[in-house]
Structure formats: C-alpha cells, structure tokens
Ligand binder design. Sequence first.
Ligand SMILES: [Ca+2]
Ligand SMILES: [Ca+2]
Ligand SMILES: [Ca+2]
Length: 127
Amino acid sequence: MYANAVIVGAIVDVTLTAGEGLLQSVEWDTMGFDKGGYAVSAVVDHVSEETNIDDNTRIDGGVIVTIVGDVDGEGEVDVSDLYIMGSAYQSDPMGSSWNPNCDFDNSNSVDASDLSDLNENYGEVGA
Ligand SMILES: [Ca+2]
Ligand SMILES: [Ca+2]
Ligand SMILES: [Ca+2]
C-alpha cells in the first residue's frame, strides 16, 4: 500500500487461484509523516503468466494526516470537532453514529479517552 509514492504497508505470500478474491487490510502508522493529504493506493505485483496487469493498481481516496482532535481535517482543533465528536460519543463500530475519525486511540469506542485527547489539543492549528 502506498501513501503518495511511499510504501506504508505490505502483504506478502498470498496465493489466489484464477478468479479468486481476497480482502486485506493494511494499518498505516502515520507517525513521522508530514501533515497534509495523501493519495492512498494499493498495488499488486504481477505474477508469471498474468495476462492483465492493468488491474493491478487501485487508487481509491485519500487520507488527511492532521493533529489529534482535528476530526474534520481542516487543520485546527476547534468547536466544530467537538460538535462532531458529540454526535459520535459513546458509539462503537456497530452503531449508526460511529465515526472512526473520533476514535483517536483506535479502541473501537469513542469515549472519555478520545475526548481527553481532543481537549489536550483544543485550539491547536496545524501546518
Ligand atoms: Ca491482474
Ligand atoms: Ca477541525
Ligand atoms: Ca477510543
């Protein structure tokens, strides 16, 4: 998996038969990356005898790396982020109000710990 042109994760030793599919997830640790937008893409190496290599790259959406607490990704931790967190508060991934951007500690719950993280950075403005 790439973030812009940087490899941020890889899955190795996958075997598939013709026509078979596989859903994989890759976790990207954004520590050390500059704040800003990144295009995310997945690339599969081609194998011997593969006839269609045009479908080996998938570019799908982007990720904004920003300050912890900047839920809406506009570069500042402010009341709008607090409002969004309020809507997702006490939710988990099964709930209709779930918002993964509010789960800063990746605990699968938007709770007091996440609110504390937002509060810690309240007023911060990113680069
Ligand atoms: Ca292919
Ligand atoms: Ca914000
Ligand atoms: Ca959490």
